[in-house]
Design a protein around this ligand. Structure first.
Ligand code: ZN
Ligand code: ZN
Length: 335
């Protein structure tokens, strides 16, 4: 078993543990260990032979045991038991996701809003992973605490983007925005601004507890917007701490498919949204997907390899995921 497959198994354990409020700390420990392995990609076979698995950052004795079993058998009885206990067994028709064909991440943040790194640092992180593109999608103005970007700051950001792009060789930066879906389904920036951007991710961030009929109207309006390319973390849930929005998912997903709007599987361990079950429903409704880290610093780009199991579990084939398109195909998909 390679490090990425092990990270995926540990990340799934973290996810399943999160369903139990008493296990939040253990859940976080598993997610953190998965992240550490997804970033550093240690030779786990060699470490296992040397009985040194617990020298990996974030891997204590308990997690080392699970890892050892993964190395020896390719499986984890603990993971199997959690899947059974939570009623989320593996499916027979899981898809194959070949991460070596993953071309780039379209949802990331920089210190222009609430990211912790500069655009250049984020770009270097994406380059180090061999990505061909990276979407720079900072927040829109409504959420003041994250220093969201209005039209004027977006214009300033585009100048920095051009400067950074000039320093890059194999990586294309896409200028985008993660625009808030307001309570009535309107977007937090005028059309004439959205129109100029390479990628527009519309996300619900606040008032997620709106009653379902109003929330359905809100989401239907967002997916019908001519400039929206992707719906970011479509339910806004935070497993273990916050239930997501409730709306007529089937109606919204079908409308998204009709408008060619992709749904995101946000790989941030705090979100993992859409869930595999919801992603499956969206797949059956005809939707495409984007599989993004929603990274706020370069190391968080490793969330994608940790969480790619979700798309696999949902049975989504690679050709329905935007991130496997090359940069030209992506540009036409986002038009
Ligand atoms: Zn967001
Ligand atoms: Zn985001």
């Amino acid at each position: 078993m390679d490090a990425v497959a092990a990270a995926q198994a540990l990340s799934e354990i973290g996810y399943l543990l999160r369903q139990n409020p008493e296990e939040v700390f253990r859940a976080k420990a598993f997610s953190a260990a998965a992240w550490s392995i997804a970033i550093s990609r240690p030779d786990i076979e060699a470490l296992h032979k040397a009985k040194e698995l617990s020298t990996i950052d974030g891997v204590g004795a308990g997690i080392a045991k699970v890892l050892a079993e993964l190395v020896e058998t390719g499986q984890s009885r603990y993971l199997e038991r959690l899947r059974t206990d939570t009623g989320q067994p593996a499916r027979d028709d899981e898809s194959v996701i070949d991460l070596s064909a993953y071309q780039g991440d379209v949802h990331s943040h920089t210190n222009w809003s609430d990211g912790k790194a500069t655009m250049l640092e984020m770009a270097r992180g994406a380059e180090a992973l061999g990505y061909k593109y990276l979407g720079i999608t900072d927040h829109s103005p409504r959420i003041k605490v994250v220093n969201g970007l209005d039209a004027e700051r977006l214009l300033a950001q585009s100048k920095e983007l051009a400067d950074v792009q000039a320093q890059l060789e194999g990586l294309t930066l896409l200028q985008g925005i993660e625009v808030d879906i307001l309570e009535d389904g309107a977007l937090d920036l005028p059309d004439m601004v959205l129109e100029l951007l390479d990628v527009v991710i519309a996300s619900p961030h606040v008032k997620l507890r709106q009653e379902p009929a109003a929330m359905t109207e809100r989401m239907l309006r967002a997916v019908s917007h001519p400039h929206v390319d992707i719906i970011g973390h479509p339910t806004g849930r935070r497993p273990g701490s916050r239930e997501g929005a409730s709306y007529d998912f089937e109606a919204v997903f079908k409308e998204a498919a009709r408008h060619g709007v992709a749904l995101e599987i946000d790989c941030d361990p705090a979100r993992l949204d859409l869930s595999p079950e919801m992603a499956r429903l969206a797949f059956e409704c005809g939707c495409n997907f984007s599989l993004d880290a929603d990274a706020h610093m370069p190391a968080e780009l490793a969330y994608v390899p940790m969480a790619a199991w979700m798309a696999r579990r949902a049975g989504i084939p690679q050709d329905r995921i935007l991130n496997f398109l090359d940069v030209d195909e992506l540009a036409s998909a986002l038009r």
